[in-house]
Design a binder for this molecule. Structure first.
Ligand SMILES: Nc1ncnc2c1ncn2[C@@H]1O[C@H](COP(=O)(O)OP(=O)(O)OP(=O)(O)O)[C@@H](O)[C@H]1O
Length: 693
């Protein structure tokens, strides 16, 4: 398990004296990394992932405003590696240390080639994951475990994010970072850390609790285009406006969010040449606090022909920088590495001046001063040092800005991925959700929606415009299918449903679920609100699943089934990319109510178990089989009322035998704690067609 990564000494030659040890280290770090070779693939698009939807909603104070060259950055990083190697040289404690084996680099490369078995960014990511194994061991030994006789693998590198798994058709993926080993409960794995430098343990624990992803790596597959993008990054211009195209919208009251500060003692002082405030974004916003704008709301004029169409943006130097920057804001990283396995650039995000400082281009297999692996040692030390030095500065930062990425992880088979294998998560908020029917009723009759994001790094400068594409099932249970209304040139404020997305509460195969506040005006002009849940789907398959799920809810609503979410419709993003299912909040999952986090025992009362079975009977009576009954889809609300959610793989008109088997499976789950591994999403077998008898 995760513990394996800690304290695993690499077998090495006999003890060294100080000079010999350093010499051996230098030799290891001078080795040239192998050349990356990937299996050929048919077509991969070097496009901007659909996450650009979220990037349009980054708070103004966190946006990228300026790019500046940092010609001394590589020297700074090289100097840092040198400093810690010198310290190692003078530190007598290491006598008796066995060296990590240089040969391990040899085992990953044959004839100077690193052959990745996988394709796309996954294949490229294997390269740093394995080639930087030694630099990671060495940097953690030099910086964190100064007295250790071992070269343990404490720093992990990999990809996270099952919540929006890497699109296999894309040749770029920005979700890579450093991380620490964790235990089953996602706590920093502190066993076998007796040699941690004094006083560091609480800091590491705090760092891990705030952000378990350190640094941002944007990985592209190697190609002439990827190389030209990396080369041209310093010529990228900042677009004056990359927000949604809505105009005349109401502005939310100012947020109380505090943005994280930079380190008071930057690891890269010579590169920070700018001290003046960031240039303005050039965008004119309506005056703040204009809760009720006198202007009409104007939907964007440039629209995608079909809002459900999933399309990648163009990957240009501008959008590549934007991609890395947005991810760094999300993970609160100061360092962004752009790599395509052949060329690389290191960038520093300076928060105060909203500036990205860009290093010179690094030719991975050619660079000699410093050699690539030595540069990596300095880089990893720099990333850690910066993150730790910012810890005490950012104590005041609102916990809201802490990342919401510690949700369901993508288990990839690299070191970080393996330990990140995790169930989908509900935050188990104690907040009580209200659901005044008046707000829902009014919203049910409106077709135009303004979406604001307000959580973490998001504070929409401009809301996105959405149009209804499926009806509210509460206003009319047996709602007719609606054709998407045509978009009007302008809307009065009272014609708009305002939704303000809060933090994620869970993720799954269909999309990302958020706590959301819904606001509309009533007939008297008063604002009425309701707390709801919104599930967002981006990819074409997700959207298809979501529309199927809606059809299932329609059937359930027509049969007046209680104990399932109330559904308030689907809205499509006018500028493309996303569709959203609006529904009622159903509480916390049984998984989160486990008696003991280490066990699979569920904490339910007899009456709740009976109620879950009664809900399933009603679902079956309506002619629906759920096909995915797991503790993550069984919820108890604040009043202890049972709910069954997640009908994206449900089937209509199932066989009697299928229904009986599903009921027995639910009984097993509720009474005997027998259920599928919650780490994994709906298994293909559960989606299989209804052929059973
Ligand atoms: N109406 C709701 N009320 C409360 N929490 C919800 C609601 N809908 C979704 N969630 C949370 O979000 C998580 C993911 O939602 P859901 O299961 O609907 O997504 P999915 O993409 O269909 O997942 P799966 O991969 O299991 O099919 C749930 O496990 C739950 O924690």
């Amino acid at each position: 398990m995760a513990d394996n990564f800690v304290g695993r000494d690499m077998p090495g030659p006999l003890d060294q004296d100080a000079a010999g040890a350093v010499e051996q280290l230098e030799e290891i770090l001078s080795a040239q990394p192998p050349i990356l070779a990937l299996p050929p693939v048919m077509s991969l698009r070097l496009g901007y992932p659909t996450r650009f939807f979220f990037d349009k909603h980054i708070a103004k104070s966190l946006e990228l405003r300026r790019i500046h060259p940092a010609t001394t950055l590589l020297d700074e990083i090289k100097g840092l590696a040198g400093h810690y190697l010198d310290e190692f040289r003078t530190n007598v404690q290491h006598t008796g240390t066995s060296m990590p084996q240089r040969e391990s680099l040899g085992t990953i490369a044959r004839n100077g080639l690193f052959k990745s078995r996988e394709t796309g960014p996954r294949g490229v990511a294997r390269y740093p994951a394995e080639c930087t194994d030694l630099p990671r061991r060495i940097s953690s030994r030099l910086f964190l475990f100064r007295e250790s006789p071992e070269w343990c693998q404490f720093l992990l590198w990999g990809r996270i994010g099952r919540e929006d798994e890497a699109d296999p058709r894309l040749a770029v993926d920005e979700k890579h970072s450093l991380g620490f080993p964790v235990d089953q409960e996602w706590k920093l794995c502190v066993r076998n850390l007796p040699h941690l430098a004094p006083g560091l343990l609480p800091d590491l624990q705090e760092l891990h609790s705030r952000s378990d992803l350190i640094g941002t790596w944007v990985v592209m597959t190697p190609s002439a285009k990827a190389e030209s993008l990396i080369t041209a990054l310093d010529r990228a211009t900042i677009p004056s406006n990359c927000n949604a195209g809505t105009k005349g919208f109401p502005v939310l009251p100012p947020s109380t969010r505090l943005d994280p500060p930079d380190s008071p003692e930057p690891v890269w002082p010579t590169i920070l040449v700018l001290n003046e405030p960031p240039p303005s974004s050039g965008q004119k916003l309506p005056s703040a606090g204009a809760e009720r704008s006198s202007e009409d709301v104007l939907p964007p004029t440039t629209r995608r022909p079909r809002s459900t169409a999933y399309d990648y943006g163009e990957l240009t130097p501008e959008s590549l920088v934007q991609l890395g920057w947005a991810r760094a804001v999300e993970t609160d990283s100061s360092v962004i590495v752009f790599t395509c396995g052949t060329l690389e650039r290191i960038a520093i995000r300076h928060r105060k001046t909203q500036t990205l400082y860009l290093s010179d281009v690094i030719d991975i297999t050619e660079i000699r001063h410093p050699p690539y692996l030595r540069l990596q040692v300095g880089l990893f030390v720099a990333v850690l040092k910066d993150a730790l030095s910012r810890l005490h500065e950012s104590e005041v930062v609102s916990p809201e800005l802490r990342r919401s990425t510690r949700k369901r992880r993508a288990p990839e088979d690299d070191a970080l991925g393996n330990q990140l294998k995790r169930r989908k998560t509900a935050t188990g908020s104690s907040r009580t959700f209200e659901r005044p029917q008046s707000a829902i009723k009014i919203a049910g009759s409106l077709d135009f929606m303004l979406l604001y994001m307000r959580y973490g790094m998001h504070d929409s400068p401009v809301p996105a415009s959405f149009i209804r594409s499926a009806p509210c099932l509460v206003s009319s249970g047996d709602a007719e299918e609606i054709t998407r209304p045509s978009v009007k040139r302008k809307y009065l404020r009272e014609e708009c449903v305002v939704v303000i997305l809060g933090p994620q509460i869970g993720t799954g195969a269909t999309g990302i679920a958020h706590k959301t506040s819904l606001e509309v005006f009533d007939a008297q002009g008063r604002t009425v609100t309701a707390d709801i849940v919104v599930k967002i789907a981006f990819l074409a398959e997700q959207q298809q699943k979501m529309r199927h799920e809606f059809q299932v809810y329609r059937r359930l609503a027509a049969h007046k089934v209680k104990g399932v979410p109330e559904v308030y419709g689907i809205f499509d993003d006018l500028e493309g990319g996303a569709i959203m299912l609006l529904m009622s909040y159903c509480g916390t999952t049984l998984w989160d109510f486990r008696v003991d986090p280490m066990s699979y025992d569920l904490d339910t009362k007899a009456s709740q178990r009976t109620r879950f079975l009664a809900i399933l009977d009603a679902i079956h009576a309506a002619g629906v089989r759920h096909h995915d009954l797991r503790p993550l889809n069984l919820l108890l609300d604040d009043n202890g009322e049972a709910h069954i959610i997640d009908f994206d793989v449900a089937k209509l008109d199932p066989t009697e035998g299928g229904k009986r088997r599903e009921r027995r499976a639910l009984e097993d789950l509720l009474f005997d704690g027998v259920y599928p591994d919650p780490s994994f999403p709906s298994l293909p077998s559960t989606i299989a067609s209804e052929t059973d008898g």
